[in-house]
Write a protein that binds this ligand. Structure first.
Ligand SMILES: *Cc1c(COP(=O)(O)O)cnc(C)c1O
Length: 396
């Protein structure tokens, strides 16, 4: 399947011949080991004169194919498929930093990324600090002489603030610091960070790219081949490998990614407009809405592509939130995003439960705050579910 290269416009890769014809669907290749002809053939392979696999932790056809597909979406030729989004974060942070380095992160990163910044990197002698990525000037001021890299997400969870990627990229370039962008929330359909000056881009493929909540996968790509190779060696050594079956499922999911994204984004806009007019709703957060604090940046940087994520707040605190979640039947109350079905999460009791109420209040997360990952349902039916939830919440 090394000939499985695709033109970007083709939905299906070209599978190897089976006799006189080819399967239309990518084969799953679960083999852990690959047999070679003889020691000379193995030499040729290890020396890069011919292509071949040896052992699945080091790479396998399904992971390679998926890596190239995601790479094409980000404007690259190649990348690395990993066992989870956190494996991708790990490959970047631990594969490229050494003791004595400093890493600057955005202050509202994905929870586990934040934990790695606050707990694991310092334990290994890598200093970290956090700054607000919506303010490029303040963010740049937090770069130190020993800063190796900067880690940001384009749109933050759950208040959907939009980072000043262009401003941060300029500061990183100026100071010779690597800019790493976790593009999970936004996806290449909304922004291609490498075109805005990022050096490394990573994904939790688990979310919108695979799109069906049935695989855990990650991906990382870099402009600089040497950085990519260093991360690949680290990933192979530490076993951050992805399973062939998961890669196969993700590739199948990718075939519909553009359609899913467009549909979910359209419904998210509609849902936002609807919720904003409802009694008992105190706030609707969606990046391209005129009342969002970063709407100008969402129009520029994201070119109006606000994505599928939406947050809102209702009156009545936790009792109303309980009533809403129970009555909005048909919407899974589950802390994930990017599924074909709409999911609802409550940061105060999940992603942000470790914070004090004051800490949450500082971020604008109250007991009535919900985050929605909009899926592919009929928009009218979805809005009816939200109305049922709101009606129950108002009666508390
Ligand atoms: C989910 C997520 C991750 C982690 O991905 P996993 O596949 O769950 O390991 C990292 N970053 C962001 C922004 C995410 O949403």
């Amino acid at each position: 399947m090394s000939d499985g290269e695709m033109k970007p416009s083709l939905q299906r890769p070209v599978a190897p011949m089976v006799g006189a014809s080819r399967p239309v669907v990518t084969p799953i290749m679960p083999s852990v080991v690959y047999a070679s002809d003889c020691p000379d053939a193995l030499d040729a392979q290890y020396e890069g004169r011919v292509f071949g696999h040896t052992y699945a932790r080091e790479g396998h056809p399904n992971a390679d194919l998926l890596a190239r597909r995601v790479a094409a979406m980000e404007g690259l030729e190649d990348g690395i498929t990993l066992g989870s989004g956190m494996a991708a974060v790990t490959a970047v942070l631990l594969g490229l930093c050494r003791s004595g380095d400093h890493v600057l992160g955005a202050d509202q990163l994905y929870g586990r990324s934040l934990r790695m910044m606050k707990e694991d990197l310092p334990r290994l002698g890598i200093a970290t600090s956090l700054a607000d990525p919506t303010d490029a000037r303040a963010f740049a001021a937090a770069i130190r002489p020993e800063t190796r890299m900067v880690l940001v997400e384009v749109v933050s969870n759950p208040t959907l603030r939009v980072a000043d990627i262009d401003g941060i990229a300029a500061a990183c370039k100026d100071k010779g610091v690597l800019l790493v962008v976790d593009n999970t929330f936004t996806t290449p359909a909304a922004i291609r960070p490498l075109e805005h000056g990022a050096d490394i881009v990573l994904h939790s493929v688990t979310k919108l790219l695979a799109g069906h909540s049935d695989v855990t996968l990650g991906w990382v790509g870099a402009k600089d081949r040497a950085l990519l190779d260093a991360m690949r060696v680290f990933a192979v050594t530490t076993g951050l490998t992805a399973s062939p079956f998961d890669c196969w499922l993700a590739e199948r999911g990718l075939a519909t990614f553009d359609l899913r994204f467009a549909r979910a984004q359209e419904t998210a806009q509609r849902l936002g407009a609807h919720l904003a007019g409802q009694k008992g709703v105190t706030r609707v957060l969606y990046p391209t809405r005129p009342d969002h604090p970063d709407s100008a940046r969402a129009q520029g940087l994201l070119q109006g592509r606000g994505g599928n994520m939406l947050s809102f707040e209702i009156e009545g605190g936790r009792p109303a939130a309980n009533a809403f979640a129970r009555a909005a039947e048909g919407i899974a109350f589950a802390p994930t995003l990017g599924d074909v079905g709409t999911t609802l999460s409550h940061p105060a009791s999940s992603s942000h439960r470790a914070l004090t109420p004051e800490g949450r209040a500082a971020l604008g997360i109250s007991e009535g705050f919900f985050r929605v990952s909009v899926g592919l349902e009929d928009p009218q039916a979805l809005i009816a579910c939200f109305d049922a939830g709101l009606s129950a919440a108002r009666q508390v």
